[in-house]
Design a protein around this ligand. Structure first.
Ligand SMILES: N[C@@H](CCC(=O)N[C@@H](CS)C(=O)NCC(=O)O)C(=O)O
Length: 211
């Protein structure tokens, strides 16, 4: 049985959401932060000990991208992905990997420098800020061209991209007025029945605001 181990308000939101979009059978186990970090029983699930984590029979797997690829390949029956022979396959790959490969690390750097210094020194602020600005700029440009990151259809690339654009944005702060296409996109995501179901299950009693 596929089990999604969900740490409250974390990147494991993605996996609950993915399972709801695919409408597959899974068990959901909820864990509370202890505080800030994952509790010991969560850390013990996978070698690196971070959220998300899944178990599936004898398998225990961590890392958002790896888990999403695993579930899509094993249970997705071709849904929420893009075939390698499709014209938008490179778009799918780019946005799927841009989320945790570039956008989120830039935001994490910003957060870490702020925590360490109480406010980044000007040089670091400019360098990190530029990386984040470029991220928002290309997101806005992409969403002017297409309703979803990989193109016309919602895919797992959207599931990867939402966390940096919402929860992570909550930590680093960003005014969305200059990004109307992003605002419209977040509105579309918030209306997805599977997204709403996932948030009700993953974050019971918590109001999730995407904008
Ligand atoms: N790149 C990893 C990042 C995992 C990660 O840092 N998760 C955070 C939650 S968003 C976590 O587990 N924090 C608790 C801790 O480090 O103890 C992934 O996407 O799976």
């Amino acid at each position: 049985m596929l089990t999604v181990h969900h740490l409250g308000v974390s990147q494991s939101d993605r996996i609950v959401w993915l399972c709801e979009e695919l409408d597959i059978a899974y068990e959901l186990k909820l864990y509370q932060r202890a505080p800030g970090f994952a509790p010991e029983d969560y850390k013990a699930l996978t070698p690196y000990g971070t959220a998300p984590a899944i178990t599936d029979g004898d398998l225990a797997l961590g890392e958002s991208g790896a888990i999403i690829e695993y579930i899509v390949a094993k249970y997705g029956e071709g849904r929420l992905t893009v075939r390698p022979d499709a014209a938008n396959y490179p778009d799918y790959l780019f946005w799927f990997h841009f989320a945790n490969g570039s956008m989120q690390p830039a935001m994490m750097m910003d957060l870490a420098v702020r925590m360490a210094t109480g406010g980044p020194p000007p040089e670091a602020a400019a360098w990190i800020g530029d990386r984040i600005d470029r991220g928002y700029r290309i997101v806005e440009e992409r969403l002017a061209q297409a309703p979803f990151f990989a193109g016309e259809a919602f895919t797992a690339a959207d599931i990867m991209m939402l966390f940096p654009l919402t929860a992570m944005r909550g930590f680093t702060g960003r005014e969305l007025t200059p990004y109307p296409n992003l605002v419209a996109y977040l509105g579309r995501i918030a209306e997805r029945p599977a997204f709403r179901r996932a948030m009700e299950k993953a974050e019971p009693g918590r109001t999730i605001e995407l904008i």
